[in-house]
Design a binder for this molecule. Sequence first.
Ligand SMILES: Cc1cc2nc3c(=O)[nH]c(=O)nc-3n(C[C@H](O)[C@H](O)[C@H](O)COP(=O)(O)O)c2cc1C
Length: 158
Amino acid sequence: MGAALQVSDSLVDELVAADCVVLGTPIYNFGMPAQLKAYFDQVVRVGRTFAFAPGDAEPYRPLLASKPVIVVTAAGDGSMHPGGALYHLNYLEPHLLTVLGFIGLTDTTFVRVGYDEFQDDRLKRSLSAAERTIDELATAMSRKFAENSTAERITSRN
Ligand SMILES: Cc1cc2nc3c(=O)[nH]c(=O)nc-3n(C[C@H](O)[C@H](O)[C@H](O)COP(=O)(O)O)c2cc1C
């Protein structure tokens, strides 16, 4: 049993220790790829990332401390992104928000690339916008981490 849980243990340890989480995923057949689902099946762990108390009115409680999660998504048809005509077919984002929130990760930002299957200007525009957004997120996050580590140094001195 211990050996069977080794992969899960190390993936959970990595998630607990992370300051932020970055996921990259395409949309496959309206949802997440099997590999990403397999990852979540390893990290959604009773007693590690969520608590389960069957007798309680609310039996499930997330155990992870909140941290920023950036999800970079790619879709062959960009109209499956929010605001698009086919967004109602996008089960990737609601599923991700549900599973991340279930373990305590509620601060999720999506960066979306679309129209990969069309290879037209819309793909170019969405790639440029995604690159700009990623730069902005990286700048904001490194500033926040620098502020936090300064605050930690001041607190530990006092
Ligand atoms: C098996 C499979 C299923 C796909 N399903 C969708 C889909 O439901 N909606 C969509 O917009 N694009 C879909 N696509 C297109 C991919 O999301 C898109 O091409 C993406 O950029 C591929 O990323 P990858 O190169 O990491 O596989 C699918 C592609 C594959 C291979």
